[in-house]
Design a protein around this ligand. Structure first.
Ligand code: AMP
Length: 643
């Protein structure tokens, strides 16, 4: 079979081992070359300033703009080619914007934001469904030097309020509603409630009215995008050239505390990292079409729906809808129609497809497709084998995090074609000095097949998080303090590396869970459940699930046990508690079950034994329980799970 990979002239002679080695040993020379993949308005003076570790500044002194690199620079050469392809199987719309049209729309949005008082460095919170205006808003922020903070549309008012308070946006861009499975989900009431809850009040709310859900307008605060767009129809808004380290965006992600962290990303380093990844990892070329099935609310949406493909001069598909509606062939029909060459999805979505009619995958001409990339959660062997056989295309697992913005582990087929191993996302990606650390001693594990914490020696490569928004101390304490005296970034994942340098990820070391590829903090869910007046105390754990990878399972102690005295009242209360989570955090965080116990398993010092609860729920041995306060507590969990 002819190799599906395209390798550029300069990399054709290089082995991946050499390419990788150089990225670590000659970091400056390596990234200086990669920096040529983007446009600089003013050249940088220094490749990497690592004089204040763990903070790293990339391409110091260089001036650039993310929107220029994603849009403007393509207008001359490929202005009439597709840039943004919007497909909604929810509203039955399909709209295509060429690079020239995208350029115009982004300028209209930029002018509107400027008219509402947004200035360079201001935050703009984007709470939007998957519609083109969301992409325009992100690109417009980048264009005018504002910092966007996209909040996933599936989050509800309490999650949204905490992000509003942290980001302190000047303007919030939103829409009347999203739609899921044909059901309209009104956004505006959730947004209004969030603004009421938040201490910070945005000056303006810019509303895109899709005509899906009527909404109330707040006089003097809410603005109509259709009207502003019309006013700025002919706007010409030049790109604001910013220093490479200027923050392009913040994106909130869950950690071990209830308070989400604002992952802050730079401009120049991010643009270079994405451009390089499009070439060496995804092998996408200008003029082709990229299809990522993620959502703009997640990091994959930022890097590989919006910025990465556009920077590479590719058309990107923005899809609003389910993978199985109107039927399980919908994604593949888009691959055929738009001649998609590179596709990116998550294992959960593949597991959903696996339950459908297998004919859906063979109905369409998939000859344009070179590979399917999967990320966000562990890719199990049966799922990988099934999709590889069904599509007859390479399946490329890749492992990374919101914090890094682009893959840490994968196979870089753009450099050297290499086989994948089932269950492994691959080898360390160029730029990442990946180590495995002994959890107890912090010593580096250099032998094959030893289990350790996956860590990265500083500086992190370009494109990774700069810091936690407005909280440098939290950045250092959270990520860089696991091994005192060493500049090592912890991923909080367990891993092993085999004799060939392939890594296997074995799950999180902290209380973060991964439901259908969505990262959630168990503490956030616990806080929400505990806000229900009937609940005295609660423990939430992630439990293995065949479809979603993991689901959240809650065990609650009630103030008055009589509230769950019989099955009917327990079920009623369980429903009420789930509704509380839906309303506060969003359905994405809703636990699969809320079970009631009289006491939670804890150590004698009062620490919740989440891992023991999780083990029992998964039918595993809970391990050493000598420090447990009350053995009967775990028995209660066991009994409930058995029923
Ligand atoms: P997020 O920040 O939401 O992208 O979640 C990052 C976490 O998802 C990682 O720390 C891993 O625990 C998990 N993860 C992401 N990609 C993979 C993968 N390819 N294989 C295994 N786990 C993954």
């Amino acid at each position: 079979m002819k190799s599906p990979w395209i390798r550029s002239k300069e990399t054709r002679m290089t082995s991946y081992a050499d390419f990788y080695r150089r990225s670590i040993d000659d970091r400056e020379g390596f990234w200086r070359e990669q920096a040529d993949l983007i446009d600089w308005q003013q050249p940088f003076e220094q490749v990497c300033d690592h004089s204040h570790p763990p903070f790293a500044r990339w391409f110091v002194g260089g001036a650039t703009n993310l929107c220029h690199n994603a849009v403007d620079r393509h207008v001359k050469e490929r202005g009439q080619q597709n840039a943004l392809i919007f497909v909604s199987t929810e509203t039955h719309q399909e709209r295509i914007y060429s690079f020239a049209e995208l350029h115009t729309e982004v300028q209209r949005m930029s002018a509107s934001l400027l008219a509402l008082g947004v200035k360079k460095g201001d935050r703009v919170l984007v709470y939007m469904p998957m519609i083109p205006e969301a992409a325009f808003a992100m690109l417009a922020c980048a264009r005018i030097g504002a910092i966007h903070s996209v909040v996933f549309g599936g989050f509800a008012s309490v999650s949204l309020a905490s992000r509003i308070d942290d980001a302190e946006p000047t303007v919030i861009v939103s829409a009347d509603a999203g739609s899921r499975g044909g059901k309209v989900v009104a956004y505006k009431p959730l947004l209004d409630e969030a603004i009421t809850l938040a201490a910070h009040k945005p000056k303006k709310v810019l509303m895109v009215d899709r005509g899906l859900a009527p909404f109330d307008r707040v006089e003097g605060r809410d603005e109509d995008y259709a009207a502003l767009r019309e006013q700025h129809r002919h706007a010409e808004v030049p790109c604001e050239w910013v220093e490479s380290s200027h923050p392009s965006y913040t994106l909130y992600t869950s950690g071990t505390t209830g308070k989400p962290k604002g992952v802050q990303r730079d401009t120049g380093g991010y643009a270079v990292a994405l451009a390089a990844s499009m070439k060496h990892i995804f092998c996408g070329r200008a003029g082709e079409t990229y299809f990522s099935t993620s959502d703009i609310g997640w990091v994959v949406g930022h890097s590989y729906i919006i910025y990465g493909p556009l920077i590479a001069g590719m058309a990107t598909i923005m899809y609003e809808g389910l993978p199985i509606r109107p039927d399980a062939a919908i994604w593949w029909s888009l691959v055929e129609k738009y001649k998609v060459t590179v596709m990116f999805s998550a294992p959960t979505a593949v597991r959903v497809l696996k339950k459908q009619d297998p004919a859906a995958l063979s109905k369409h001409d998939l000859s344009s497709l070179r590979a399917l990339f999967l990320a966000g959660e562990p890719l199990d062997e049966p799922t990988a084998k099934w999709i590889a056989q069904s599509l007859g295309k390479p399946i490329i697992d890749n492992y990374w995090q919101t914090e890094t913005g682009w893959p840490i582990l994968t196979i870089c087929n753009g450099i050297e074609q290499a086989p994948s191993k089932f269950g492994s996302p691959g080898k360390a990606v160029y730029g990442y000095d990946v180590k495995l650390l002994d959890e107890a001693t912090g010593e580096e594990l250099t032998g094959a097949n030893q289990k350790g914490v996956v860590a990265i020696a500083g500086p992190l490569p370009p494109g990774c998080m700069q810091t936690v928004w407005r909280d440098d101390a939290r950045f250092v304490k959270t990520y860089w303090s696991s091994i005192p005296g060493k500049q090592l970034y912890s991923t909080f994942d367990w891993g092993i590396r085999d004799e060939d340098g392939y890594f296997f990820i074995l799950g999180r070391t902290d209380d973060v869970i991964n439901v259908a590829g969505h990262r959630l903090g168990t503490r956030e869910i616990e806080e929400s459940i505990a806000s229900h007046p009937a609940v005295a105390e609660v423990a939430v754990v992630g439990v293995a699930d065949q479809l979603k990878g993991q689901v959240a399972m809650a065990f609650a102690v009630l103030r008055d046990p009589a509230r769950a005295a019989d099955d009917a009242s327990a079920m009623k209360l369980e429903g009420e508690i789930m509704k509380t989570v839906d309303e506060q955090l969003g359905a994405v965080a809703r636990p699969a079950r809320v079970r009631f116990v009289s006491v939670l398993p804890k150590t004698r010092s009062g620490k919740l034994l989440r891992r023991a609860i999780q083990a029992v729920c998964e039918g595993r041995d809970p391990g050493d329980l000598t420090t447990m306060e009350d053995p009967a507590a775990l028995q209660q969990v066991k009994d409930l799970v058995a029923h």
